[in-house]
Design a protein around this ligand. Structure first.
Ligand SMILES: [Zn+2]
Length: 331
């Protein structure tokens, strides 16, 4: 992974590359940001550049032996903490993979880099064990703690690490990346970029997920027909949604984007800035037949459904109420 291949994250890249150029860096970093936001890419780009045998400027060359090993994740001096249990990182893993290992000098280069993914899963004992190492690390070691939640760390850990926060990209940057690098057509890239709110990893994952594409089709089918559906069909649609429990949050988020489109069309009278470009005709019709108040009611009931879902309220009933509210206000 090269810094040059990472989309966006200008400030963080500059910070880390400056550190490499002057060979002045912290021995412990926290990189915090959402799932799939590029935390691992940044840590790996740093590791590859620092260890590169033919470094030019402050990025890795991508072709030397060290870079190839880094790319295949079998570089002897880039160490990943192995997760043994899915939900917690215990003290034994920290001792085995970091504390006992870090005293051994680098094998092939001048530095040794440790990467702990999902570091928020460290137990308090594990953090305390790590603390001793972070307080006095050997000069050749750099530790990266990657996390979705830096608040999970003890204050003593936080105070000894440099924290770097991964910021979401703009929707336009995400869209551009999807179109250029993933060859996704314009109108689809717009949907995934808006949906992922600048989380590029999420955007790529969703855009290439067949399951999620199927889901999006199901949503547009339902919304297209909802004005003509009778109560029995609505009950059936609610039942189908209930079966896909895990994806329901995504489904509701897509609905919010859809009805914001309806609202936008009603206000602006133009298709130019719609996210669901390929459904512009239906969105136009819905915008014409619904009132502002009706669209507001729909958006509120989508938010309401999100709250009910996280409160574990009867999902079938929640979805049925939501679909009925939409039908009532859209027709
Ligand atoms: Zn190299």
């Amino acid at each position: 992974m090269k810094f040059a291949d990472i989309c966006g994250q200008k400030d963080l890249k500059e910070h880390l590359q400056r550190a490499i150029r002057h060979e002045k860096f912290s021995h412990a970093y926290i990189i915090s940001g959402e799932k799939d936001s590029g935390k691992m890419m940044l840590a790996e780009a740093f590791a590859a550049a620092l260890l590169c045998e033919d470094r030019r400027g402050e990025d890795s060359c991508g072709v030397c032996r060290s870079c190839r090993q880094a790319e295949h994740r079998n570089h002897p001096d880039i160490r990943y903490l192995m997760h043994e249990k899915p939900n917690t990182i215990g003290v034994d893993e920290i001792r085995r993979d970091i504390n006992d290992d870090i005293v051994i000098k680098p094998y092939a280069s001048a530095y040794k880099i440790y990467i702990v993914d999902e570091a928020e899963k460290m137990s308090v004992e594990a953090q305390n064990a790590l603390l001793k190492t972070i307080e006095e690390p050997p000069g050749y070691a750099v530790i990266f703690l990657l996390t979705t939640n830096a608040n999970a760390f003890l204050p003593t850990i936080l105070s000894r690490c440099v924290t770097l926060e991964v910021k979401p990209l703009s929707v336009a940057q995400t869209k551009e990346y999807l179109m250029k690098e993933c060859r996704i057509p314009d109108y689809q890239a717009e949907v995934w970029a808006s949906f992922s709110q600048g989380n590029l990893g999420k955007a790529i994952r969703l855009a290439s997920s067949e399951e999620f594409n199927g889901f999006k089709t199901q949503l547009t089918d339902t919304l297209r027909r909802i004005g003509q559906m009778d109560s029995w069909e609505i009950a059936q649609a609610a039942g189908e949604l209930e079966e896909q429990k895990n994806a329901i949050q995504d489904y509701l988020d897509l609905m919010t984007i859809w009805f914001k489109d309806v609202l936008l069309y009603k206000a602006a009278g133009s298709e130019d800035r719609l996210v669901f470009q390929d459904e512009a005709m239906i969105i136009r019709n819905q915008a014409k037949s619904a009132s502002y108040q009706g669209i507001e009611r729909i958006l509120e009931s989508v938010e309401d459904a999100k709250r009910r879902r996280s409160a574990n309220v009867n999902l079938n009933l929640t979805m049925m109420l939501l679909l009925l509210t939409i039908k009532e206000n859209i027709a």
